[in-house]
Design a protein around this ligand. Structure first.
Ligand code: FRU
Length: 454
């Protein structure tokens, strides 16, 4: 169990549980102006344990209201990750046309690790009733068989589902969210990194050049590339049965280049993909010095597809109300900062050092060729061996666009960078033992600093 760190590291505008543990975001769905976020939650300790689904709601993706725990473990097992569908036409029959249900599809992780998919429904958006027909997708003899994500299948005009099955994903179709027929698979062919596949998602997006594409997301534990857990994506098409890779790559495409963005997926029932991930890393997640809570989500990000010299790539933008389009004050040299939740907009090349009175420093550097982020001396790091390793201390990412702009948001203990117009997201958790209260700006670019009211 973690001991209390030297200060309160709880971020202000990133989602954290009321207390105790969270990992993956689950069941994200938009219903009548309200964003629902469910999350992997162990309510009895600030570390991973028998999983429940915690629940919170928001109208602006920044302020979250906590709701009662939505799903508790049952005789089929604990409640692992999954998704929700807003069943507008009441295809499941669990509600009425006037009062459509939200249907949750999740993994029961049972005795001896048996994983199967189950459903539960709610007509008030708070209380969930599990189906007596569970499991609705029994285990076909695979040890890792989890994290169902529901989406609308516009080809067959029915519900679609993608889930992770060891080293690949399976696709299913259903008319009523209860009876599922397997329609296809993707992987391991086409994959560029090994590791158990987790938390898939499939969504359609229109690229900036008007081409309609499908994006498949897969989170991967301890990838061969560098041993880190990371989220990969693939670009292609969906024929109603399976995903077809259209863009062959010679290396994996990552959703984020930092150390702390895993298990992210998109909200259901929106026209454009809106993504949130767990802003943590399994390597050290259980030991962070955050005291009575443990784990947080990334900010919500709108995803778009951009055509680059290397092919189509995902790009992200901050989505929460009040975070976009803000103008700040131009800054250079040494500046004092009086809040530990703030943002910056940066153009050109620049070295940015966030520092505190203890001499702890977080360095972000934009050069002509790369984005460099270094948390080696950013704050506390003794809490876990892995966190201290050079492989988990700094990243260098080659740039896509020399004239690209960078936005960053720092929130107490989480840094999110969207560099090169969102083509290079970098998320990092840091634990400065005193707030960063000064920023040193060197180089030739322009910087604006803006405060974020929480
Ligand atoms: C991903 C994951 C999922 C699983 C959940 C358990 O971080 O391992 O595959 O459903 O966490 O908490």
């Amino acid at each position: 169990m973690s001991t209390k760190g030297s200060r309160d590291y709880r971020p202000r505008i990133h989602f954290t549980p009321p207390s105790m543990w969270t990992n993956d975001p689950n069941g994200m769905v938009y219903v009548n102006g309200i964003y629902h976020l469910f999350y992997q939650h162990y309510p009895k300790a600030p570390n991973w344990g028998p999983m429940c689904w915690g629940h919170a709601v928001s109208r602006d993706l920044i302020h979250w209201e906590h709701k009662p725990i939505a799903l508790y473990p049952d005789e089929l097992g604990v409640i692992f990750s999954g998704s929700c569908a807003y069943d507008r036409e009441n295809t499941s029959g669990y509600g009425t046309k006037e009062c459509p249900p939200i249907v949750a599809v999740y993994t029961n992780h049972g005795r001896h690790g048996l994983e199967q998919q189950s459903i539960a429904y709610s007509t008030d958006g708070v209380h969930f009733e599990k189906s007596y027909q569970n499991p609705v997708i029994p285990n076909p003899g695979i040890s890792d068989f989890r994290d169902p994500k529901v989406f609308y299948n516009p080809v067959r005009k029915c519900w679609g589902l993608v889930l992770a099955a060891k080293d690949r994903v399976y696709f299913y179709a259903s008319e009523n969210l209860k009876e599922w027929e397997k329609t296809g698979e993707f992987g391991p062919k086409g994959n560029q990194a090994s590791g158990i596949w987790e938390c898939p998602d499939l969504f359609q997006v229109e690229a900036e050049d008007g081409k309609r594409l499908w994006v498949l997301i897969v989170s991967m534990t301890t990838t061969t590339e560098d041993g880190r857990c990371r989220t990969q994506y693939f670009i292609g098409d969906f024929d109603g049965d399976r995903f077809i890779l259209q863009q062959e790559e010679d290396r994996p495409l990552w959703i984020d280049f930092g150390f702390d963005n895993y298990a992210g997926v998109t909200f259901q029932n929106l026209d454009e993909p809106l993504f949130m991930g767990w802003a943590m890393n399994w390597g050290y997640a259980n030991e962070t010095p955050t005291g009575e809570y443990c784990g947080q989500m990334t900010l919500a990000r709108r995803l778009r597809v951009v055509k680059t010299d290397h092919g189509y790539r995902l790009a992200a933008g901050f989505a929460g109300n009040g975070l976009t389009g803000v103008s700040g004050r131009p800054a250079d040299g040494q500046q004092w900062i009086y809040t530990d939740t703030f943002g910056m907009k940066v153009s050109g090349t620049k070295k940015i050092t966030l520092a505190n009175a203890l001499g702890q420093k977080l360095v972000i550097q934009v050069t002509e060729d790369e984005i460099f982020v270094d948390r080696t001396i950013a704050g506390e790091r003794e809490f876990h061996e892995q966190y201290q390793m050079p492989e988990y201390s700094s990243v260098r990412v080659p740039r896509y666009r020399r004239d690209g702009e960078m936005e960053l948001i720092f929130d107490v203990s989480v840094l999110e960078i969207l560099a090169d117009d969102g083509l290079i997201p970098i998320t990092m958790a840091v634990y400065p033992e005193a707030p960063y209260d000064r920023v040193l700006l060197e180089g030739s670019g322009d910087v604006q600093i803006f405060e974020i009211q929480s």
